[in-house]
Design a protein around this ligand. Structure first.
Ligand SMILES: Nc1ncnc2c1ncn2[C@@H]1O[C@H](COP(=O)(O)OP(=O)(O)O)[C@@H](O)[C@H]1O
Ligand SMILES: [Mg+2]
Length: 228
């Protein structure tokens, strides 16, 4: 049921909102260090799948296994702790804290994990250099462009040394040039640190940065490699 060697795997997930089925038997898996694009039209269940995989929402039925542990067997507190220690997140926009500078934003996951300010900001600056936004350290999110803000968000997702990054339409608000640069930097950094990426997108040119594509239609995920 769980594909061999996978880090994170979901089997037969179902989730209904009222009478709307968002997931209708979706299965999915990702290996350590693998970049998987989850594609599909709007409303097909991509974000719901991502939120289930990340333990943010609980499916009505089905199993999700991360590093050999079933998410549904964990308490809310254990799932929150797992999200902080092992997962990083990049969303379409609006996820940076406007009152904090960019370096404080990138350092935030480390600070929440108990790392001292100086050490957290040193690590944050290293990731900002990798993402080519170190010159923005003292600026607030409102003072940087959309593409720069997404690179800061990617630096923040990576700063906590995650095993998996969940990215939901990370380039959806960017023009194609900035979008491609964000994808290049995100996938380069993830591959060199062996971080798995679950990348939700409806854009083929964004999916081109992945190792493998999975298509979601009407709440069902299909692995294109294994499609019949
Ligand atoms: N919180 C929610 N409340 C009610 N319906 C929802 C909610 N989230 C998603 N849905 C519905 O579930 C379906 C799948 O949504 P979603 O996972 O957001 O799709 P996608 O990310 O592919 O656009 C859609 O019909 C959507 O309207
Ligand atoms: Mg979505």
């Amino acid at each position: 049921m769980i594909p061999e060697g996978s880090l994170l795997a979901a089997h037969d997930l179902r989730k209904t909102y009222g009478s709307t089925p968002a997931l209708d038997g979706a299965s999915f898996s990702v290996h350590p260090g693998e970049v998987v694009a989850v594609m599909g039209p709007s409303g097909s269940g991509k974000s719901t799948l991502l939120h289930c995989l990340a333990g943010i929402i609980t499916p009505d039925s089905g199993t999700i296994t991360y590093a050999g542990r079933e998410l549904s067997a964990m308490s809310d507190a254990e799932r929150s702790a797992l999200r902080r220690s092992d997962f990083g997140f990049v969303f379409q926009f609006g996820q940076l804290v406007p009152e904090l500078t960019c370096v404080e934003n990138v350092a935030l996951p480390l600070r929440l994990d108990g790392v001292k300010r100086k050490a957290a900001e040193r690590t944050a600056r290293e990731w900002m250099e990798r993402l080519e936004v170190d010159d923005l350290a003292a600026k607030r999110p409102g003072e940087v462009s959309g593409g720069q803000g997404q690179r800061v968000a990617v630096a923040r997702a990576l700063a906590g040394s995650p095993k998996v990054i969940f990215a939901d339409e990370p380039t959806g608000a960017l023009d194609s040039l900035n979008g491609e640069r964000v994808m290049e930097l995100l996938t380069e950094a993830a591959r060199s640190s062996n971080v798995a990426v679950v990348l939700v997108t409806h854009e083929a040119r964004v999916a081109a940065y992945s190792d493998r594509d999975v298509t979601v239609r009407d709440g069902r995920a299909r692995d294109l490699e294994h499609a019949v």
